[in-house]
Structures are given as C-alpha cells and as structure tokens.
Design a binder for this molecule. Structure first.
Ligand code: PLP
Length: 413
C-alpha cells in the first residue's frame, strides 16, 4: 500500500478487524474463553515471569546499542551481552567466542548448513556430499535441499523403525567427499534421542563436520558439548520458556563458516545486525532457569509422561507408539490411534486439550517423520504428539486420558 495521508488518518485498527480478532482491549491479546489443557509445549512455551523481569529494563531503561560502545548506554548494553554470552557458554561448557546469537534455531541451522557448505565448496573449488536424517525438522531439511539445488549431493538416511540412526547406517552412507553431517539430538515430533556421541565419533575419524539441532534438547537434557563432540549446534529461546525471536548457533573453531548476510559486522561478521539485547538477556535467563531444575524436572515429567501412556494403554486398545520409548525426551509422547479419522480426532479433542499431529511447521501435510517410520498417511494424521510442560500436573494427565478415551470410543463406535 502506498504511504498516503489517507492511510495515516485511518485508525490503527478499525472496528471490523478489532471484532474479527476479538482482542481483549485491556491486555492487547486475543481472549480465549474456555482454555483447553495444554499438551503442546514442544511447539512453544510461555515466557517465564523471571525471564520477562530480566528483560524488562533492557527495553527502555538500558536501551543502548551493544555495538555503540562510545556511549554509556551502549557500553552497558555491550557489557550485558558479554556477560550473557559468557553465562550461556558456561552452561554449554564452551568458549564464549563460539556463540553467535541468531533469531532462533531456524536461522542457526541455515547459518551452519549453508554457511559451512558454501565456505567448504569455496575452499575445495567444488561442492561435495552431505548426510542427514529424513526425520529432521524442515529447518534442517530445507536448507540442505537448497544446497542440493546448488550442486551438493545429499543423502537423507531413513532411521530404524524406532526413529534412531545407528552408527552402522551412518558409516555406510559416507562417500569420499562427505564433509558435513546434520542429525538432530532429540526429534521434535517423536522425541527420540539419537546416539549423538557414537555418530560424532565416526565423523571425527574422517574429518567430517557434525551439526546438530538442539532446539528440543537444550534445557531438557544435560548437554556437554565436548563429550557430545558437536562442531555446530543450534538452540532456540522459545522452547525453554524464553522469548520468541532469539536463538544461538555454536560455531566450530575448526570448520569454516561464511555469513548468509552482510552488514555491520556484529557477531564476528557471521550474523550482522543490531543485537536484540533484551532477547539475548531473556534467552540466557531462560537457560539459567532451565539448568536449575533440569534433573528433577526430567524425572517428574518422565513419570507423568509414563502415567499418561500407561493410562491410555489401559483404556484404549491397539494404540501404536511412534519412536523408541526408551531413548526419548521425558516430555514427549507420540502415538497413532488406528481406526479413527485424523481430522475428526483432532477436531473432537480440540475443546479438551491442545496437542498436535506433527510439527508446528508441517504446513498441514501428514507428518514426514511418521511417514518415514512406516505409518500410512491416514495413520500419520490419526496420531497425537503430546508434550508436557513444567507446570503439567498429574490431574491434567488423568483428565487427558479421560478425554482422549471418550473421544476415541465415540469415533470408533
Ligand atoms: C527441532 C526444531 N528445530 C528448529 C525449530 C525452529 O526453531 P525457531 O522457531 O527458533 O526458529 C523448531 C521449532 O519448532 C524445532 O522443533
């Protein structure tokens, strides 16, 4: 739309759009009357109040540009970002210089994969071979497929029926010019946790760089980057009760990386642009909170998740678990309900609880992860990914079992 005087005179939001969105005016957020129980915490999480409090002064009290170190405000912002970087690096047991702040895990994945592949091709004078897993998030698959269009060769390995990639399978996939492998640590749909250090061990022996998307892992499982042997790793703020729009890439001191954009040289020139100081502070505060109760939360959520699964198995015949139950995030359950239509199942459940049939980014198609595990498109659609959050209670689990049983029984009649 052209920027005209008329446009300026229009109210910011006209009455029609006001009604359509049904905004609660006092709180400037859409109002929901009866809230279904939340079982979709792998899609995103609410910002923790302590995260909001930590970010607050950086919006308007300490509003400096972290790159403008000639001003007092700028110096303050710069010091806050440095401290935050050091803290996050300490959680990951790496040097702070290895951390590049990005807008989230999607950008971190793109920077690692496109940035390393293109840098490597420039060094070698030709593209080479890349390996990934067919069950990766689209934030990994799509940049790799872009590289394929640019002339790189890509192998998308199928995991076993339990969703896990064996070291033997990876070994067989190496080609003479394989230089990059990307395998996520914990899957966002089926929650399976890959044997990362076995896989990185094979890559180390061959001088192959290893990238892993830890968007669903960081803050949920203990991470020691050196033990895991990762070269590049991506994390996201909003999966761990931090703000949306911030994440980080851990870069390698050994493998080259070229930027995807150019500008003011921030983040070692690898991710130029003004650093979003409040979001950085929020990400690191969220990480700090996640570290504090990581172990107790792991056990509590695993128990609740098992209670959920055992409760469902007792009530509903023929459920099929998707992915390994043993090598799995504590907060994830993913199962198929044979004998019902997926769209009906999800529609009927919606008023009781929020969950999903796949990734929040799956664009409505049946889950590529479940299809890869051998589910039919109908089965994939009639599947539920249930993810538990910090505040999930045993009562909610009992209610969820009851609601799902009721809906499935009615649909199967
Ligand atoms: C495994 C995985 N990678 C990447 C992303 C995207 O992360 P972000 O929203 O921070 O870009 C998600 C979020 O759904 C995810 O689950």
């Amino acid at each position: 739309m052209a920027f005209t005087k008329d446009a300026l005179e229009k109210p910011d939001m006209n009455e029609e759009s006001d009604k359509a969105l049904s905004f609660d005016k006092g709180r400037s957020s859409p109002s929901f009357e009866a809230r279904p129980m939340e079982f979709d915490y792998q899609s995103t999480t609410p910002c923790d109040p302590a995260v909001l409090a930590a970010m607050e002064p950086y919006w308007n009290q300490y509003w400096g540009n972290a790159s403008s170190r000639h001003s007092r405000m700028g110096l303050h912002a710069s010091a806050a970002v440095s401290l935050a970087r050091e803290q996050l690096a300490a959680f990951l047991k790496i040097q702070p210089e290895r951390l590049i702040f990005t807008s989230g895990a999607t950008e971190a994945n793109n920077l690692a994969l496109l940035g390393h592949a293109r840098a490597r091709a420039l060094e070698l004078g030709r593209p080479g071979h890349l390996i990934t897993l067919a069950t990766e998030h689209h934030a990994v698959l799509d940049p790799l497929r872009q590289l394929q269009r640019e002339g790189f060769r890509l192998t998308e390995l199928r995991p076993g029926l339990d969703g896990l990639l064996s070291a033997e399978k990876l070994l067989q996939a190496f080609e003479k010019d394989t230089f990059l492998v990307s395998v996520m640590m914990a899957n966002n749909e089926i929650g399976v946790v890959q044997p990362i250090s076995e896989l990185t061990g094979l890559c180390k022996e061959r001088g192959v760089a290893f990238h892993s998307d830890l968007a669903q892992t960081f803050g949920h499982l203990p991470i020691d980057l050196n033990q895991l042997g990762l070269d590049f790793m991506s994390v996201s703020g909003h999966k761990l009760y931090g703000p949306k729009g911030i994440g980080a890439l851990v870069i390698s001191s050994e493998f080259s990386l070229m930027p995807l954009q150019w500008g003011g040289g921030q983040e070692q020139g690898l991710r130029p642009g003004t650093i979003p100081v409040p979001l950085v502070i929020g990400l690191v505060k969220a990480a700090e909170l996640a570290m504090q109760d990581l172990h107790s939360r792991y056990h509590r959520l695993r128990e609740l998740r098992n209670q959920l699964w055992e409760g469902l198995l007792e009530q509903i015949p023929n459920l099929i678990i998707n992915g390994s139950m043993e090598q799995r995030l504590p907060n994830n359950l993913n199962f198929t309900v044979p004998g019902v239509r997926g769209n009906q199942l999800h529609r009927e459940l919606r008023s009781y609880l929020s969950c999903s049939s796949g990734s929040a980014c799956s664009r409505g198609a049946p889950s590529h992860v479940l299809l890869t595990l051998g589910r039919t498109p109908n089965e994939a659609e009639a599947s539920l990914r249930m993810s538990l959050g910090r505040d999930t209670t045993s009562e909610e689990v009992v209610k969820a079992v009851r609601s799902i049983t009721k809906v499935v029984n009615e649909l199967r009649e």
